[in-house]
Design a protein around this ligand. Structure first.
Ligand SMILES: O=P(O)(O)OC[C@H]1O[C@H](O[C@H]2O[C@H](CO)[C@@H](O)[C@H](O)[C@H]2O)[C@H](O)[C@@H](O)[C@@H]1O
Length: 271
């Protein structure tokens, strides 16, 4: 059953539905390339586009996320808000990197080159390159605590010299551009671009906190918003504290998505 607040947001037009991918619409997988949309989600996302502007807002590169999701019509916002596409899967020429990010392409590459060189004998470390920076995964490492420390020891000083930032997600170290653009700013830009009157965001990881924090700010500006947090065993407590609603694991999110879809379809049929 959808609560009254969520129902109210769903009556706004234009309405935006914005979803994180890993851990929200896809179970966390052993390696990034093994992640898949949860069963039934592709059909739901396709049909939800009849009622709302639908976007994926992910830490992955757009091309990577769009390849895994493979649905047309939606917006894909990748690399934590630095890359945009509203015409995928149609080819990489449709992916736009925001202008502020351009100067950080090469510094990011140099840092990932360094990691690749220094960890080439460790099959437990996966380097995932993005248009700017990238992710270094240590989920497959025999000793994840040691691997994390090794990565920070290796990268902290070079990142400082390159003027780049280090961040963290689930068993991953992120090499990031030092920009104000994050998932919160990206959510705001999506709302503005589509002139939304209501927006729902769902996410599960610490980078999603930026978007979750943006919801009350948008509300103050007259845009109705609702933040759904997908709770896993490792969900940071700050996300849970700031959620308008908590769902359990990806299957809980998918059940909520089905209810949202039913509600919007019924409203549409009764209009
Ligand atoms: O914002 P997101 O879409 O949640 O992206 C955050 C990172 O997600 C991916 O890594 C995570 O999911 C992998 C697959 O389930 C998992 O193997 C890994 O341990 C997780 O950290 C993605 O690969 C990264 O690029 C994203 O930054």
């Amino acid at each position: 059953m959808l609560n009254k607040e969520l129902q109210h947001v769903l009556t706004q037009r234009p309405l935006g539905l914005v979803f994180d991918f890993d851990g929200t619409l896809s179970e966390i997988a052993p390696t990034p390339s093994e992640a898949r949309l949860y069963a039934g989600v592709a059909d739901l996302l396709t049909d939800l586009q009849h009622y709302a502007e639908v976007a994926i807002l992910t830490g992955r590169a757009v091309a990577d996320g769009a390849d895994l999701i493979n649905l047309k019509g939606m917006a894909y916002i990748g690399t934590h808000g630095l890359e945009w596409s509203e015409d995928l899967p149609a080819g990489p020429e449709h992916i736009q990197l925001i202008a502020e990010a351009q100067p950080y392409i090469e510094p990011g590459q140099r840092l990932l080159d360094l990691v690749q060189r220094e960890t080439q004998d460790d099959p437990g470390i996966i380097v995932q390159r993005k248009s700017v920076g990238g992710s270094i995964h240590y989920r497959q490492s025999a000793d994840p605590i040691k691997a994390r420390q090794l990565l920070f020891d290796l990268l902290t000083e070079p990142a400082r010299q390159e003027g780049m930032l280090l961040g963290e997600g689930k068993l991953v170290v992120e090499v990031l551009a030092p920009l104000k653009v994050n998932k919160g700013e990206a959510l705001r830009r999506f709302v503005q671009r589509k002139q939304l009157r209501g927006v729902i965001f769902a996410g599960d990881d610490r980078t999603d906190l930026y978007a979750i924090r943006e919801i009350p700010q948008l509300r103050q500006e007259g845009i109705e918003g609702h933040a759904i947090v997908v709770q896993h065993a490792d969900t940071p407590s700050e996300l849970l504290e700031r959620a308008d609603e908590i769902v359990l694991e990806v299957h809980g999110m998918v059940e909520r998505l089905k209810e949202i879809h039913r509600y919007l379809a019924t409203m549409h049929n009764n209009a």
